[in-house]
Write a protein that binds this ligand. Structure first.
Ligand code: MN
Ligand code: MN
Length: 411
């Protein structure tokens, strides 16, 4: 948490958390009661005497009072799903963070989707590959491949799926309370409102062509609901998996689902890392991911990725990320659940748990493989005399370097 919280600030935060903030107290907070001031130390910065958004500022303490090491201009690397438009339908809702929201992210876009029990994300396909992480509940997913092999599976919290570009699929919320998941697409300009929908195509083919195609009278077509009525729509909760599984076809050779939480993680004193790329989830050819858990005070070590941009999704807890963008440029961003973070290709960064609970976040890359370069390991594996003439480090520092990668460092 922020180092400059006053007692009054704590009370205000507690009031917000408890939903007790009245409009009068919001008004007060917006005028005279500015609690965090843009002044990280006496004699630096100043107060802010005009109305602002103190609730927002409390969520961004490292933006209002950046570490003295921050410098220069970097593009914005954060966007919260809380600031994204929500599309609501009869079966649930969805919202997206794409290059339109977070303009630096050219290679990846993300979508949050909630399907109520039984609700279906209509049978559809799209040009982009789709990777997903289940955040809540259970879902049934279906697909076929071009060879006519099929895939049906039920997934729960911590499970993934991956549908290559062009592969038709569906998602349905199961009982008792449906599901919510994060979708990740390998194109920053992806638009969830712009996919190939089954009903949309039916609506735009003449009945006599449908008749020929399906070998049934033309009069039987023409009752297709409007695509706006489907997309995400209400339906009965399906029965147990089993009868639907194969429908007389053989299964796809590589499963489109994967149990990420069942993977044995890399464990350190202060956290865990699970890495899932095409080496353990062969179908996932274009998205690699890591699920990181960090205990309070712990640090995802200083590192960078030699292969791709990093697109992050914060699942729970609080964090700050410092990025180093070369040429003396550095900036610090704060995150909480539902936020998206971004790190440009090869840019140095760390992520620190600044809260009091376990921090959980996902790192995603448009790549078939996960790779990171550890600053600590690089220095440990550099001839000591060569390193010495660079940083003039005390021997105690060089002695503590680790030749083995430790992705999460203790507090
Ligand atoms: Mn899809
Ligand atoms: Mn990283």
């Amino acid at each position: 948490m922020n180092r400059q919280l006053t007692r009054r600030d704590m009370l205000a935060t507690a009031a917000v958390a408890g939903g007790m903030l009245t409009s009068a107290s919001v008004a007060m907070a917006q005028t005279s009661d500015r609690i965090l001031q843009p002044s990280r130390a006496p004699g630096i910065g100043g107060n802010d005497p005009v109305p602002g958004n103190p609730i927002r500022e409390r969520q961004n303490p490292d933006m209002l009072n950046p570490p003295a090491t921050d410098s220069g201009t970097t593009p914005n690397l954060r966007f919260s799903f809380a600031d994204a438009h929500v599309r609501q339908t009869s079966g649930g809702w969805t919202r997206q963070v794409t290059a339109r929201e977070l303009s630096v992210s050219k290679a990846i876009a993300g979508v949050q989707m909630r399907l109520n029990a039984g609700a279906v994300r209509e049978l559809h396909w799209h040009k982009q590959a789709e990777w997903a992480y289940m955040l809540y509940g259970t879902a049934r997913i279906t697909a076929i491949d071009p060879e006519g092999r099929n895939f049906v599976d039920d997934v729960g919290v911590g499970d993934l799926w991956y549908f290559p570009g062009g592969i038709p699929h569906s998602i349905q919320g199961l009982g008792p309370d449906g599901c919510e998941f994060l979708l990740v697409f390998d194109d920053g300009n992806f638009d969830e409102d712009d996919t190939f929908l089954l009903s949309d195509w039916f609506k735009h083919v003449p009945a006599e062509v449908l008749s020929k195609n399906f070998g049934a009278p033309a009069s039987l077509f023409g009752h297709t609901p409007d695509p706006s009525e489907l997309y995400i729509f209400k339906a009965p909760v399906p029965g147990p998996l089993g009868p639907d599984r194969l429908l007389g076809a053989s299964p796809v050779p590589q499963s489109f689902s994967h149990r990420m939480m069942a993977q044995d993680p890399i464990r350190t004193k202060s956290g865990t890392v699970r890495i899932t790329d095409s080496s353990v989830f062969p179908a996932s050819k274009d998205i690699a991911a890591a699920l990181v858990e960090i205990e309070p005070g712990g640090l995802r070590e200083l590192h960078w990725h030699p292969n791709a941009d990093e697109w992050q999704y914060y699942i729970s807890g609080q964090a700050r990320m410092g990025v180093f963008a070369a040429s003396g440029q550095a900036r610090t961003f704060d995150f909480q659940a539902g936020d998206v973070g971004f790190v440009p290709f090869a840019t140095g960064h760390y992520v620190e748990n600044t809260g009091t609970t376990t921090l959980r976040f996902l790192e995603m890359f448009k790549s078939s493989y996960f790779a990171d370069v550890s600053l600590n390991q690089w220095m440990a594996l550099t001839p000591p005399e060569l390193l010495k003439v660079h940083l003039k480090l005390d021997q105690q520092v060089t002695m503590a370097l680790n030749k083995t990668k430790i992705p999460v460092r203790p507090a």
